[in-house]
Design a binder for this molecule. Sequence first.
Ligand code: PEP
Ligand code: MG
Length: 372
Amino acid sequence: ARGVVDAVARALSRADTVRRLEVRANADTPEDAARARRFGAQGVGLCRTEHMFLGERRKLVERMILAGTDAARDRALAELLPLQRQDFAGILEAMDGLPVTIRLLDPPLHEFLPDLTDLAVRIAAAEARGGEADAHDVDMLTAVRRMHEENPMLGLRGVRLGLVVPGLVAMQVRAIGEAVAGRLRAGGAPRAEIMVPLVGDVRELRLVGEEVRRVLADVSRESGVTVDCPVGTMIELPRAALTAGRIAEEAEFFSFGTNDLTQTTWGFSRDDVEAEFFSAYLDKGVFPVSPFETLDRDGVGRLVGIAVAEGRAARPDLKIGVCGEHGGDPDSVHFFHGAGLDYVSCSPFRVPVARLEAGRAALGGTEGSDSR
Ligand code: PEP
Ligand code: MG
């Protein structure tokens, strides 16, 4: 076993000396970030913030999104701010000196709001007992009905939520800015990057970008240290890929969200790959491997190519990565190398595989790997 371990270590270090792709990890907790670092990750390419709004904080999220009044929403945001500051401080500490790409909140709404049926059943049960339904339940039912979407994955997600809920972007950016300021004062080297999800048009990014810069200027003034974070965007809608030249005018980096880009290019739900029909469909041989596992070069890959070319034409120093599941798939890593990306980001456990494949891609050209 010792010999195998040594051989793997040698292969990894050889790969690290030749590879051109940087390898980062997707991590949303300090523990995951530390683990990723041990596996050789050169930063966090995607820190999802959705999980930070679940559990006990769910009530605050309900108030933030469904709030009947501005004051109630602002109170919920004010309670979330110190919690978020702590979330980000922990990850920045674990990754000190390395880039951490923090993505603004991107929940499909149905995962956050109370379930419509549950509420209706609870209210009906209370009334059937001859009592009064819980007033909070009744308010929630009205609010959830108002917000109901037939296709939440195509609905109020990502940047759309940030533009629609006043104060949400400002709260997250302030938390990031204050966490950065805190680490700078403690002598650390935080490198937070702010990433905007589900952008389809440059104007969305421009609006959010203005808000980010305004909040970071406030934090810099208040804290007495200069807090400056690059602002970039996910490219995860076909329209974003096709208008990447314009989007690059407002983005300091791109990160391909190939999970959503595959979903929206193919029109297959990424949440239904376990459904019976999907494997039956795979069996028809229309695609050799699920496009959610291995990047579809002919369709999604062409969109990636267009976005890289247009983005770099508009901004030659544009940093470009990928943070969808494909970032840790060997065949896809070869594709991303060939497409000229700067980095791939994958789950911490896949980091060594990505390092090896990035090395092999650098040595062997851009063709698919023979590891499968
Ligand atoms: C993606 O869409 O590929 C992505 C990385 O974002 P998420 O999986 O969180 O939607
Ligand atoms: Mg996505």
